[in-house]
Design a protein around this ligand. Structure first.
Ligand SMILES: [Zn+2]
Length: 130
């Protein structure tokens, strides 16, 4: 009898019970703050990546750009191709100046759109529209 009453008060005071309560209660309070910023960063990271790829400032002349295919940063190969604007300009010139002048926009690079391709792998980098 005396031994049992002596053991009882010790049971709630036992360290394993305290540690068991303190352990799980500590983890839930620590998880949300560390999980929230991680998800916010994960959402923003792809946007930064997209901006990095789209940062190629293409012009009419060969430009140093990052290839979206091989990631090489080198001078692009420019090919001038007639755009809708070129055809419209040719039609306008044909109506105003005659049929012999309508081919001028196709010969003038500034009237056409510049198609940039990677000089290393030949992948399409971008188009510069006048
Ligand atoms: Zn490339």
């Amino acid at each position: 009898m005396d031994n049992k009453s002596h053991l009882y008060p010790q049971a709630p005071d036992a360290p394993p019970q305290y540690g068991d309560l303190g352990g799980p209660s500590m983890i839930p309070t620590e998880l949300p703050p560390s999980a929230m910023p991680a998800s916010v960063i994960n959402v923003q990271q792809p946007q930064v990546y997209m901006q990095g790829v789209a940062q190629n400032h293409l012009g009419r002349m060969p430009t140093v750009a990052t290839c979206p295919s091989c990631q090489a940063r080198l001078l692009t190969t420019v090919k001038h191709e007639p755009s809708t604007k070129t055809h419209l300009l040719a039609l306008l010139i044909c109506l105003v100046g005659g049929i012999c002048c309508c081919c001028v926009p196709y010969c003038v690079d500034s009237c056409q759109s510049a198609v940039h391709t990677c000089s290393s792998c030949g992948a399409f980098v971008g188009t510069y529209q006048n």
